[in-house]
Ligand binder design. Structure first.
Ligand code: CAO
Length: 435
């Protein structure tokens, strides 16, 4: 009769009460001696707990998020007939079934170079820390010949998952196949193959890895650009009065008061316009195989934030229920978190419409890409004082360029023009928001 043993956390040095960040096996899995069973994480490193022997997993006692120390039960293992435990001298368990004994695995600290992988890095940058991947994921990557520094990590806290390695391999295979003669080079679009140029033939080059954010946002932007039939309408808003009001509020407030930003007014005006044109606050859906429009009765407004690692879109929740001061404060806090790489998934999900403001930088217009599954995005560039004809003479007016990209499957040009006119009228006279 094969023996069932309870496997426990081995000696992990001075560490205690470490969180389990990944359980790598499930009941029924066959493991060999030294195969990783789970990954633990301290504040400085992640480490795999290897199996002390070969066998089949009967039951897993712990789950992701549990905290463990030396001796904590991990799982029960039906030992392979000829398997010997690495550390027989530490056997001390209770019977579970058949002839059950406990065993702790080979000490994790016995192989420090392999066990301690990388410092936890929320964002992996070209020249920054190494990607945060557990030893088992690294070993898996090595088996498949994958360089982990080229893989975008999608796990919690920027952790690399086995799925990330698999996705990378699949993408590489697709690229390889599409480079074969006669292959379709363009995901069904029948386009010319991407130019394969050795730039170093023409001059000195430097290769820099893309940040994790750039890899993820790039993939999203490509999909959105290819899959959504975008159209962009342009409009101008006279914000002379609004800007004077904003400056006045900031002057009255003093040094420590709220800083009223143009972005906060834009978000408030966008919400009022979305209420007047609900199809812009929607997403395309599917029910029983038929396309439907999902109109949202909440107004979570995303705003594009430029960070050293790339573009992110934090979301102001329930912007319709917030005053302009609160929106300005939240935008400031979220923009700061974004720059520090500290935005969590909750800060960036659930948006119904996005505002992308380049006004603090410059420009006269651009074509923002819709942030799927939203159906429209407002792009704003720099306001300029211009002479405007007022019937009997020119007057200097502050004019703000607006660009609205919209999904032509949901909206049409006339609705987009009306949306922008409505928005421009609100910005020209903010009292209209109260109507
Ligand atoms: N016209 C003229 N001036 C403007 C303006 C506009 N449209 N928008 C902002 N400004 C002014 C502000 O008034 C501010 O001046 P004061 O300090 O004197 O008041 C200054 O420019 C700086 O503004 P800001 O852009 O730093 O602040 P903000 O609140 O307007 O914007 C944020 C915050 C997060 C939107 C901005 O920092 C940012 O990241 N912008 C880039 C967004 C982006 O990358 N979009 C492109 C996406 S597609 O790749």
């Amino acid at each position: 009769m094969s023996e069932i043993r309870e496997i426990q956390v081995p000696d992990i040095g001075d560490f205690k009460d470490l969180p389990v960040i990944e359980v790598l096996v499930k009941p029924g899995d066959t493991v060999a001696f030294d195969d990783p069973l789970l990954t633990l994480e301290s504040d400085k490193a992640s480490m795999d707990v290897p199996s002390p022997g070969a066998g089949t997993v009967v039951a897993v006692t712990i789950k992701e998020g549990d905290r463990v120390s030396k001796g904590s039960a991990i799982l029960t293992l039906r030992m392979a007939a000829d398997a010997a435990l690495a550390t027989q001298n530490q056997v001390n368990g209770t019977a579970v079934a058949d002839a059950v004994v406990s065993a702790v695995g080979p000490p994790v600290v016995a192989t420090p170079a392999a066990a301690v992988v990388s410092a936890v890095a929320p964002v992996v940058t070209a020249s920054g820390p190494k990607p945060h991947a557990s030893p088992s994921v690294r070993s898996y990557a090595r088996k498949l010949g994958v360089d982990v520094s080229k893989v975008a990590a999608t796990g919690k806290g920027g952790r690399m998952l086995r799925e990330d390695i698999e996705g990378f391999v699949k993408d590489a295979l697709v690229r390889l196949n599409s480079s074969k003669p006669g292959a379709d080079h363009s995901a069904g679009l029948n386009l010319l193959p991407w130019p394969d140029v050795d730039f170093s033939k023409f001059g000195t080059v430097e290769k820099v890895a893309l940040s994790r954010i750039k890899k993820i946002s790039g993939a999203n932007l490509s999909r959105n650009w290819v899959m959504i039939p975008h159209v962009t309408n342009n409009e101008e808003a006279d914000i002379t009065g609004l800007e004077a009001f904003r400056v006045q509020l900031n002057t009255e407030g003093g040094k420590d008061a709220i800083k009223y930003t143009l972005l906060a007014f834009l978000i408030k005006a966008a919400v009022a316009t979305l209420k007047a044109f609900p199809q812009f606050n929607s997403s395309l859906g599917n029910e029983d195989g038929e396309p439907i429009l999902i109109l949202k009765q909440y107004y979570h407004i995303g705003f594009a934030a430029d960070t050293p690692n790339g573009l992110v879109v934090p979301v102001i929740r329930d912007a319709d229920q917030k005053g302009i001061g609160q929106i300005a404060t939240e935008c400031g806090e979220l923009a700061r978190k974004a720059r520090d790489g500290k935005l969590g998934p909750a800060d960036m999900t659930g948006g119904t419409f996005t505002v992308s403001s380049l006004g603090g930088i410059g420009g006269t217009g651009f074509t923002p890409i819709i942030n799927a599954p939203e159906v429209a995005i407002l792009g704003v560039t720099r306001a300029q004082t211009r002479p405007v004809w007022e019937g009997n003479g020119f007057a200097p007016r502050l004019i703000l360029p607006l660009a609205l990209s919209w999904d032509h499957r949901v909206v049409d040009g006339a609705a987009a023009a009306r949306f922008l006119q409505h928005l421009a009228a609100l910005l020209a006279d903010f009292r209209r928001i109260a109507l």
